[in-house]
Design a protein around this ligand. Structure first.
Ligand SMILES: [Zn+2]
Length: 83
């Protein structure tokens, strides 16, 4: 991965299950996940938490790429700050 990207963990806000590991660019908050940057997918690919059943994202096409638009408050992230 190019410089400026880091791997973050995306967790369900309700039951804390790990949903994705994701290569994130930039410094802003997480708004969407491009499918081609998901490093590990712990879901069934249906945008629903596999443990508690909460829907956490909606599928969108952004710049002709499949993206998962995060529903605010449904997930939390770890690893956003550089150490
Ligand atoms: Zn959950």
């Amino acid at each position: 991965m190019s410089k400026g990207f880091r791997t973050i963990s995306i967790h369900c806000s309700k039951c804390r299950t790990l949903l994705y590991k994701y290569y994130k660019g930039g410094t802003g908050g997480l708004v969407k996940c491009f499918e081609d940057r998901i490093a590990e997918d712990h879901t069934k690919g249906d945008l629903i938490c596999p443990k508690c059943g909460q829907e956490f994202a909606r599928l969108r096409m952004i710049q002709n790429k499949r993206a998962h638009k995060i529903i605010q408050g449904k997930v939390y992230t770890k690893g956003m700050t550089r150490k």
